[in-house]
Design a protein around this ligand. Structure first.
Ligand SMILES: Cc1ncc(COP(=O)(O)O)c(C=O)c1O
Length: 426
């Protein structure tokens, strides 16, 4: 490790809240496609992709060019919701390439640029539209860490024991195993005025719980929950912050499930370039905001609009990109199945390019990740006990690179097991 890898100011001055950098201890410098490089020029295959905020890879050349051109003509950068040419071009592309082909009449609300802020907006809007307060959220759900969103987040570590009102927790699909119909239970409780659950403004869910351990809801379950929400006068909010933008194979994660959410929350990869941006898609009947009611200084990141438009035009003008995602997803599935056969007690999780392996312990998952990093692969865990190895490679990752990353994962896992770190498994 060279002198360039100097961590002292981070260790001295950066808050103890820092997280990812503790697990991936390097000073990073550049990144292209599916690779990151540190200040020493060491290359890492990126299976984290900014936690799915870089679905189209690092520094896509067309997006870079468009952004540089926009900066060179002194394009507007401020983030209020003024009309700009960049925003108009994004909205027109989003309407033409995403909403119209799917028969969606949703309007686009630009919120503060994080997933959490967009979730806050969706929760507030559902409450206003229905004149109700309660929101149903699910076990292992993750929706961000600002107080409103955190109330809907399950993770105890993030919840920090603070008072988080206004949300009732319900069991996610197969939370109690496949014999327990959690949708029917929810229906029953919402139909019983003495169940103790207040009539909800909304039911909020991820179709694949990213941070919660890659729990993929079945289409039947999502359809049942959508029908239950409607029956009980609640809006359906789909949190597509992590599972959207092609991560599960289609632009929206729910596309092939036969549901039309009232509100859809997107962030992470919506800008296409890792730039902060978030939106809530709102069916017109629920767009009951008064002007500037959910306000904020940064609700119009024009640089993000430039790259977001290129992302839509480049990747979502036809079926080719989705076809590529399907091929790569199959490769990931095959490799994970092979790996699962070698690790007793492990099982496949997730779908599309959002798959992983639940391991018998978080310690084993952490050890495998550590060894991957040593060998040049960045990969993270998720789940209640951080026990799920989670592959979030950019969707643009070339197949050869994907295979190489999966080989590193396989060898790191084999070595971790062989070294009898977990004697019970060997
Ligand atoms: C499904 C989901 N919703 C919301 C969020 C919160 O987004 P942010 O971290 O940008 O606030 C995340 C973040 O990981 C997420 O995965």
């Amino acid at each position: 490790m060279s002198e360039l890898q100097d961590f002292s100011v981070f260790d001295r001055r950066e808050s103890s809240v820092r997280g990812y950098c503790r697990r991936f201890r390097a000073v990073f410098a550049t990144a292209t496609g599916s690779a990151m490089r540190d200040v020493d020029g060491r290359e890492y295959i990126d299976f984290l992709a900014g936690c799915a905020s870089l679905n189209y890879g690092h520094n896509d050349p067309q997006m870079s060019t468009a952004l540089i051109e926009y900066i060179q003509i002194n394009g507007v950068t401020q983030g209020l919701d003024l009309h700009t040419g960049a925003k108009r071009a994004f909205l027109e592309a989003f309407e033409r390439l995403i909403l119209q082909p799917r028969g969606m009449d949703h309007r686009v609300q630009f919120t503060g640029p994080t997933g959490a802020n967009a979730i806050e907006a969706a929760m507030k809007l559902a409450r206003k539209a229905t004149s109700r307060t309660n929101i149903i959220a699910f076990t292992n759900g993750y929706h961000g860490v600002t107080l409103g969103a955190l109330a809907a987040t399950g993770n105890q570590y993030n919840r920090m024991g603070v008072s988080l009102p206004g949300v009732t927790r319900a069991p996610f699909d197969r939370y109690f195993g496949s014999d327990f119909d959690s949708a029917a239970a929810l229906d029953r409780m919402l139909g019983d005025p003495s169940s103790g659950i207040d009539p909800p403004a909304a039911v909020l869910l991820e179709t694949v719980q990213g941070e919660g351990g890659l729990n993929a809801a079945s289409p039947e379950w999502v359809r049942s929950v959508a029908a239950i929400a409607q029956r009980h006068g609640a809006l359906l909010i789909i949190d597509d912050v992590q599972a959207g933008c092609g991560r599960t194979g289609t632009f929206f994660s729910f596309e092939e499930m036969g549901v039309t959410p009232d509100l859809i929350v997107m962030s992470k990869s919506i800008s296409g370039y890792g730039l902060p941006m978030a939106i809530v898609l709102v069916r017109p009947a629920h767009d009951v905001w008064r002007p500037a009611e959910h306000n904020g200084t940064f609700r119009g990141n024009n640089h993000a609009f430039v790259t977001a438009r290129i992302a839509l035009e480049k990747f979502w003008s036809d079926q080719a990109f989705a076809d590529q995602i399907a091929i790569k997803s199959d490769i990931v599935t095959a490799r994970l199945k092979a790996l699962a056969r070698r690790i007793p007690g492990s099982r496949l999780k997730g779908r599309g390019m959002m798959q992983g392996l639940a391991l018998p312990s978080g310690d084993l998952a952490a050890e495998i990740c550590r060894r991957c990093f040593e060998r040049g692969l960045i990969i993270e865990t998720s789940g209640a006990h951080d026990e799920v190895l989670k592959i979030l490679a950019p969707l643009t990752t070339p197949i050869t690179v994907l295979e190489r990353g999966l080989e590193i994962l396989q060898s790191a896992a084999a070595d971790a097991l062989e070294d009898a770190l977990v004697p019970a498994l060997t």
